[in-house]
Design a binder for this molecule. Structure first.
Ligand SMILES: [Zn+2]
Ligand SMILES: [Zn+2]
Ligand SMILES: [Zn+2]
Ligand SMILES: [Zn+2]
Ligand SMILES: [Zn+2]
Ligand SMILES: [Zn+2]
Length: 432
């Protein structure tokens, strides 16, 4: 440098890096870039064009803007002092694709990839690198694509109640919805959504749960049964839906004691009384079945014929047992409530039964007389009164098994004749 050069004024410039792919990230890198450019910069005439561009090949272009071209020394030379007053950088892309970044390019990334999270900021992935699976709008990059529990690449998110589209599974571990293949479930969620019927090989879904429960164990059996295979224990009369039972519990009723059967009925009624479904289904309050119905339940279920008084006693002793419990939970309170409301109807039924009994016994007496008159002594001694239904005019009688044929006669002829003589229809009490 000579003396005149030393006095030369500083040439202010601005660098335009908007088309340069690897913009300097530090002052050192900026100085290094300038040192590469300077030999070319000093060969241009600032007045001829205040903005000049330099082609750096693969790296792109750098523009140099002379801010005061008229004041610059002419010609510029190796000794000319320059001052970089400003740098124009490419507009910053805030959400950039992590996958693209590793190959050196900057791409706008609209989706999140949790796997690409580099500590502070949530990771991002661009349109081209985003992977979407059925069942969720959640994205990831190719590298962090969800993996099934078995280690295989997942193909869909399970939309079932357990996974809630937060767990993804491979094709082998997914079961597609039969009518909508975009809806898939893992084995557990599928079993929850489409439970199998307890009857082997049954193709229907077991939507109904066995409602068998006892006061001591209010959690129901829960075994799944389809609508075709479910057994309804009609304890609320013919027109109310009975207790749904699985085959095992339906079968077990036959060998269950009257006390335990009433416990099951009470437990089932407590469950219905506390369930909203049943309250809204019928405006009536949920009630225990009348003992006239219970009597027939006991006859049909286990072949036990009890008087109304006997059945009333079953209820009162159950009530006494519950009152005697050291503590009352919600179940016991609700059961006692039902039993208290049941008491009135029990009294009514007993009274009606007594009247019918008197009326029925009159018909029964007439029938026994008719048998004696016909000389059928063995039958007259063995036959027993069971029940009388005045509405339908039916007299139920009990006849020992070995005399049933004799009692009925050929083609019911003997019974028909008795009915004619007594004036009511006569039926044998069903036994279990
Ligand atoms: Zn990308
Ligand atoms: Zn990722
Ligand atoms: Zn699932
Ligand atoms: Zn798998
Ligand atoms: Zn079934
Ligand atoms: Zn069951």
């Amino acid at each position: 440098m000579n003396q005149s050069a030393a006095a030369a004024p500083v040439v202010p410039v601005t660098l335009d890096l908007r088309a340069f792919r690897a913009p300097p990230r530090s002052v050192q890198e900026c100085v290094a870039l300038w040192e590469r450019l300077e030999p070319a910069v000093v060969t241009v005439d600032p007045l001829a064009g205040p903005r000049v561009r330099f082609d750096l090949g693969d790296e792109g272009e750098v523009g140099v803007w002379f801010l005061e071209p008229a004041a610059a020394p002419r010609p510029l030379g190796p000794g000319t002092p320059f001052a970089i007053r400003g740098v124009l950088e490419p507009a910053e892309v805030r959400n950039t694709c992590a996958t693209c970044r590793t190959s050196g390019s900057t791409t706008y990334a609209p989706y999140r990839c949790p796997g690409c999270d580099e500590g502070r900021r949530i990771g991002r992935v661009c349109e081209a690198h985003a992977v979407f699976l059925d069942g969720s709008l959640r994205a990831s990059c190719v590298r962090h694509a969800p993996v099934c529990r078995c280690g295989t690449t997942a193909v869909a998110w399970c939309s079932g109640v357990r996974c809630r589209s937060r767990t993804a599974w491979c094709e082998t571990h997914l079961r597609r919805h039969p009518r909508d293949a975009s809806v898939a479930y893992c084995a557990d969620c599928h079993a929850e959504r489409f439970p199998e019927c307890e009857v082997g090989q049954c193709p229907s879904t077991g939507y109904i749960r066995c409602e068998h429960r006892t006061l001591a164990a209010m959690k129901p059996c829960g075994r799944r049964v389809c609508a075709d295979h479910v057994r309804r224990w009609q304890v609320y009369g013919r027109y109310s839906r009975g207790v749904a039972l699985c085959s095992r519990h339906h079968h077990g009723l036959r060998s269950t004691s009257p006390e335990d059967l009433i416990d099951i009925v009470l437990a089932g009624t407590v469950a219905r009384a506390s369930g909203k479904r049943w309250k809204s289904a019928s405006n009536r309050r949920v009630q225990l079945p009348r003992i006239s119905i219970v009597r027939h339940i006991l006859i049909n279920t286990r072949g036990t014929v009890l008087d109304m008084e006997d059945i009333d006693r079953l209820f009162t002793s159950l009530e006494r047992r519950l009152r005697g419990l050291p503590s009352r939970d919600a179940t016991v309170s609700s059961a006692l409530d039902l039993l208290a409301r049941h008491r009135t109807s029990r009294r009514e039924d007993i009274e009606r039964f007594r009247q019918q009994h008197v009326e029925g016994h009159a018909y029964f007496g007439r029938m026994v007389d008719a048998l004696r008159r016909a000389g059928r002594w063995e039958l007259a001694d063995a036959v027993e009164f069971s029940d009388f239904r005045p509405g339908k005019g039916i007299l139920f009688v009990k006849v020992p098994e070995h005399l049933v044929g004799l009692f009925k006669g050929r083609g019911q002829a003997n019974v028909r004749q008795l009915e004619h003589q007594v004036g009511v229809s006569i039926q044998l009490e069903r036994r279990g």
